[in-house]
Design a protein around this ligand. Structure first.
Ligand SMILES: Cc1cc2nc3c(=O)[nH]c(=O)nc-3n(C[C@H](O)[C@H](O)[C@H](O)COP(=O)(O)OP(=O)(O)OC[C@H]3O[C@@H](n4cnc5c(N)ncnc54)[C@H](O)[C@@H]3O)c2cc1C
Length: 408
């Protein structure tokens, strides 16, 4: 007789662990998370850990806001530090449209009870003294967000879920899954088969291949994404607080303090898709070769924005695959015509939204309806006939847009 469980979560990144933890909080502890290598082996281990409360799309602001609170709860239950730095963030406005858009979001944040205000360039300078405010008309300031240690947060979620009774199996690859005639699922792993009522696919850019045999065509692919870590910034010695994170539509990039240096994630204007014909089976905890030539134009702009950058040594530049969907939002919810099959994949901002997404999905699974309306993330929003080439084109366009709001 094959083993039986109520729910299986496939994938041990921050998203899969968030789903497992939230299910456990709702009393579903007859659950197994299956990870082919180790927790955080996918993209999570090298993420910068930025957790802004500024929703790129207003509809997912709640996912952002609920993520940090979920990680903090897991930290207190597990004793595993998430190393939350509550630095706050500034999202720069570089034109009138952005400024007006940021102002229009104020009532939404009031409704959510989240501190949010649009501040003038003088306040931006006070909060981030290294920044040139030339061309900056103001910024959206979310003072209570910041960054976490993505590895620590994932382990806190996993440990807290286990304390509540959930199980985690590592070094166990799921090969495929089948829907049985009685409505249950059988999950075929490299070790054995497990029968379950529900399956959550939280395998990021591996998800497309994992469910392709069911006739599903998930528009989930990876792009190369560069981050730069600088040497020590001497002038930071005179700043008595940790700098807030900056999100700048001009470069476009995000910047935050990392120790006494800076950490900067670039949204390349000519992003490079990665492994679109299938993720190499040997890929694990790997980074990709850096491609500094595509960073040149961004570096020039970055120096204009943060003049000290020009004379700063670069400690490291790294390039990791980042998961994307055509609109940049995750696939989160049930799969039409496959009862019991759920997706939690396609996360480009999985640290910022993982905790809230885990809560959202777990509530939907346990209660049979979503806790609040979020049509923008529903897995069925893309046509099943969307071609691979078209999906990749859309992903490139969305990524290259960076923090622009021109499409709103
Ligand atoms: C350089 C870089 C910096 C980033 N910085 C940030 C940031 O500051 N903030 C932010 O919000 N996001 C950031 N991101 C994005 C973030 O890393 C991802 O959104 C997030 O890690 C996705 O989490 P996940 O759980 O969906 O996927 P992953 O962490 O990739 O986890 C998926 C897991 O599934 C497992 N798996 C796959 N197939 C199978 C199978 N068949 N059987 C069993 N297990 C399987 C994999 O081994 C993996 O562990 C960054 C990304 C990059 C590349």
């Amino acid at each position: 007789m094959p083993e039986h469980t109520r729910i299986i979560v496939i994938g041990g990144g921050i998203v899969g662990c968030s789903v497992l933890y939230s299910l456990a909080k709702l009393g579903w502890t007859d659950s197994i998370l299956i990870e082919k290598r180790n927790l955080t082996s996918g993209s999570t281990w090298h993420a910068a850990g930025n957790c802004t409360f500024f929703g790129h799309y207003p509809s997912i602001t709640r996912l952002f806001v609920n993520s940090v609170s979920s990680y903090l709860q897991a930290e207190s239950e597990s004793g595993q530090s998430i190393d939350f730095h509550s630095t706050g963030s500034l999202r720069l406005a570089t034109n009138e449209k952005e400024l007006a858009y940021y102002r229009s979001l104020e009532p939404l944040y009031d409704q959510l009870g989240v501190n949010y205000r649009v501040v003038p360039p003088t306040t931006v300078s006070e909060l981030f003294p290294l920044l040139s405010t030339e061309g900056v008309l103001g910024a959206a300031h979310t003072p209570d967000d910041g960054h976490v240690d993505a590895f620590g947060a994932t382990h806190a979620l996993a440990k807290a879920a286990k304390i509540r009774g959930a199980e985690i199996r590592l070094n166990c690859e799921v090969k495929n899954l089948d829907l049985l005639q009685n409505g249950s699922w059988v999950v075929h792993t490299e070790v054995d088969d497990i029968v379950t009522e529900h399956v959550v696919v939280a395998t990021s850019f591996w998800a497309r291949e994992l469910v392709q045999h069911l006739g599903l065509n998930l528009p989930v692919f990876a792009l190369e994404h560069h981050e730069i870590v600088t040497d020590k910034v001497n002038s930071l010695e005179n700043v008595e607080f940790e700098l807030p994170s900056i999100r700048d539509p001009y470069v476009p990039c995000n910047i935050r303090q990392e120790g006494q240096g800076l950490l900067c994630g670039i949204y390349e204007s000519e992003p490079i898709p990665w492994a679109t014909d299938g993720i190499p089976p040997e890929f694990a905890e790997d980074l990709l070769p850096t491609n500094t030539s595509i960073l040149d134009q961004h570096m020039t702009k970055l120096i204009k924005r943060i003049p000290v950058f020009e004379n700063l040594g670069i400690k490291t530049i790294f390039n990791g695959p980042i998961c994307y969907t055509p609109d940049g939002l995750p696939l989160l919810g049930p799969v039409d015509h496959f009862p019991g099959l759920w997706l939690a994949t396609g996360f480009a901002i999985g640290i910022g939204t993982g905790g809230g997404s885990g809560e959202f999905l777990a509530n939907w699974i346990v209660n049979g309806h979503p806790p609040y309306e979020l049509p923008f993330v529903h897995p069925s929003r893309f046509s099943k006939n969307l071609s691979k080439a078209k999906a990749i084109d859309m992903i490139i366009e969305t990524y290259a847009r960076g923090y622009s709001i021109d499409h709103f």
